[in-house]
Ligand binder design. Structure first.
Ligand code: E4P
Length: 212
């Protein structure tokens, strides 16, 4: 499973750039950084060789397509995040015809994922954490989308998004999701285990004793 970093923070991206497969941003993550958007996006694309998702702010088809074309000029690895909906699906279809990669975001149902794939989306992002926050089952949605995509051989890749904790990453991998986009705090936790720390501590202490 590929792991993307869900952040627009340059320090976080620099620290993990060699180990992650891509980055996803959204307007809220960009706003937190307090830097000019276009410079920030260009810098992220320079640091990360993999795909970098950047979202359009328009709500109409023409506006989305116009903004997408501008964003796509920033770097070859930019992927255009398009909010799900009637306009979003139309814009996705237009962009697919132009060869511009898209990530249909804010997906909360299997039919939304089906329509995004039919429109030629490169990626689709179901938000598992936001579903779980409302006592739903985000991973059930992931399983349904994977089954639908497999039924019809869609090339659209599913990105498990709105990841809240390590368990979400484990469940995504168990379901065979191709990608999960994970916040920095959770990515760091993937590397750690208290028994690993304890084991290292003991080995070092024993090594010191053995070495006299
Ligand atoms: C995905 O691409 C989004 O940036 C992200 O996962 C949203 O997660 P949130 O629900 O934590 O805002």
């Amino acid at each position: 499973m590929k792991i993307y970093l869900d952040t627009a923070n340059l320090d976080e991206i620099r620290e993990l750039a060699d180990l992650i497969d891509g980055v996803t941003t959204n307007p809220s993550l960009v706003a937190k950084e307090g830097r000019p958007f276009w410079d920030l996006l260009a810098e992220i694309c320079r640091l990360v060789p993999g795909p970098v998702s950047a979202e359009v702010a328009a709500l109409d088809v023409e506006g989305m397509v116009r903004q997408a074309r501008e964003l796509a000029k920033v770097a070859d690895n930019v992927v255009i995040k398009i909010p799900m909906g009637l306009a979003g699906v139309r814009a996705t279809k237009r962009l697919a015809a132009e060869g511009i990669s898209t990530n249909v975001t804010l997906v909360f149902s299997p039919t939304q994922a089906l329509l995004a794939a039919k429109a030629g989306a490169t990626y689709v992002s179901p938000f598992v954490g936001r579903i779980d926050d409302r006592a739903g089952d985000g991973m059930e949605l992931v399983a349904q989308i994977l089954e639908i995509y497999s039924n019809y051989g869609f090339a659209t890749q599913l990105i498990v998004a709105s990841v809240r904790h390590v368990r979400h990453v484990v469940e995504a991998a168990l379901l065979g999701a191709p990608i999960a986009t994970v916040p920095y705090r959770v990515v760091r936790q993937l590397f750690d285990h208290p028994l690993t720390d304890l084991g290292i501590e003991r080995f070092l202490a024993d090594w010191k004793r053995a070495a006299g």
